[in-house]
Ligand binder design. Structure first.
Ligand SMILES: NC(=O)c1ccc[n+]([C@@H]2O[C@H](COP(=O)([O-])OP(=O)(O)OC[C@H]3O[C@@H](n4cnc5c(N)ncnc54)[C@H](OP(=O)(O)O)[C@@H]3O)[C@@H](O)[C@H]2O)c1
Length: 287
């Protein structure tokens, strides 16, 4: 139908829902472009006007966790069919199609902080800002226990969003001369690096209750292994690399009873497939 509500309308609703006070509200209603929507805590929504199928999918995908109080840690990985997130040399641009990369920017726009490991900063020199959709850029957080990040990393110098450089508490300062809007934070480092729960607790206390762990594979694997993730978005591209950096790497299990089988929803994302896994803090057998 010609006047069905389109994804841009749905996205504007999702951005409004992001900023609602879900700790107190059981439901909210508001209008976008003169069209009313009611959203219940937990994501159920209602609108009097006809909503296009792709807009329905967008609302159904994001609202269950956007319309919720409390802390949220969501991770994402864009991978090939054979589970690789980059080539051996670290090239990952681009495994995923434009729609999947747009999805990643939507995730960034819905969280307060985006976390990456130092391996990703050194390989990709990413900006970690929101560019493909409307919305504000989150605080950027680099986990770098040994202080080995490249000093010329764009996110230290572009001033595009506040940036936290998290290092081991006894690590000497990395020279990031001319850095803009960068705060350096020292956290304790144990045998397994930073404790993911400690990182998330520190972020929550800094005002970041929704956090996206964007990569790479080592970082997401550590957060998953520790049972620190509520959701994982795996964006799988119809591509076979056959070698390269793995996505998830978890401790070995002997039988498939020990493998994780979280509740899963599946969405089409251009030529890629999105698997939305509800982890709810699920930890691996050998955490
Ligand atoms: N396709 C995608 O979705 C995607 C997303 C992001 C990145 N990538 C690709 O992935 C590659 C990098 O991934 P990667 O797995 O090699 O590295 P990574 O996860 O980006 O960084 C790993 C490093 O970060 C530090 N780190 C992360 N979590 C930590 C924790 N809890 N405690 C302490 N230190 C922690 C450690 O540094 P130390 O080694 O110094 O201890 C660790 O070795 C790049 O090639 C990039 O292009 C792909």
């Amino acid at each position: 139908m010609a006047d069905e509500l389109v994804p841009d309308w749905g996205w504007a609703c999702i951005l409004q829902a992001r900023d609602a006070g879900w700790a107190d509200a059981g439901a909210i209603s508001f209008t976008v472009d003169g069209v009313a929507i009611e959203i219940r805590a937990g994501g159920r929504w209602r609108c009097e006007r006809a909503v296009r199928a792709d807009t329905v999918e967008l609302l159904d995908l994001f609202l269950p966790w956007v319309a919720a109080p409390g802390r949220l840690a969501i991770a994402q990985l864009g991978q090939s069919l054979d589970g690789r997130i980059a080539t051996e040399s670290g090239a990952s641009h681009y495994i995923n199609c434009l729609e999947a990369r747009t999805h990643l920017h939507r995730l960034r726009a819905l969280v307060d902080a985006v976390v990456v490991g130092v391996g990703t900063v050194n390989a990709d020199d990413p900006q970690l800002t929101v560019r493909h959709v409307s919305g504000r850029s989150p605080v950027r957080v680099v986990l770098d226990p040994r202080g080995r990040v490249r000093a010329d990393a764009k996110l230290f110098h572009d001033g595009a969003a506040p940036t936290m450089h998290v290092v081991g508490e006894h690590v000497a300062p990395v020279c990031t001369a001319g850095a803009e809007r960068v705060v350096r934070v020292g956290l304790p480092v144990g045998a397994d690096g930073f404790e993911p729960d400690v990182v998330l607790e520190w972020l929550a206390q800094s005002g970041c209750r929704r956090v996206l762990v964007e990569g790479g594979g080592l970082t997401v694997s550590r957060f998953l292994r520790a049972g620190a993730l509520d959701r994982l978005h795996l964006l799988v591209a119809p591509l076979l690399i056959g070698s390269g950096r793995p996505g998830l790497v978890l401790p070995a299990v002997d039988t498939l009873d020990e493998a994780l089988r979280p509740p899963c929803r599946h969405f089409r994302c251009g030529s890629d497939s999105l698997f939305d896994l509800e982890l709810g803090g699920l930890a691996t057998a050998q955490a």
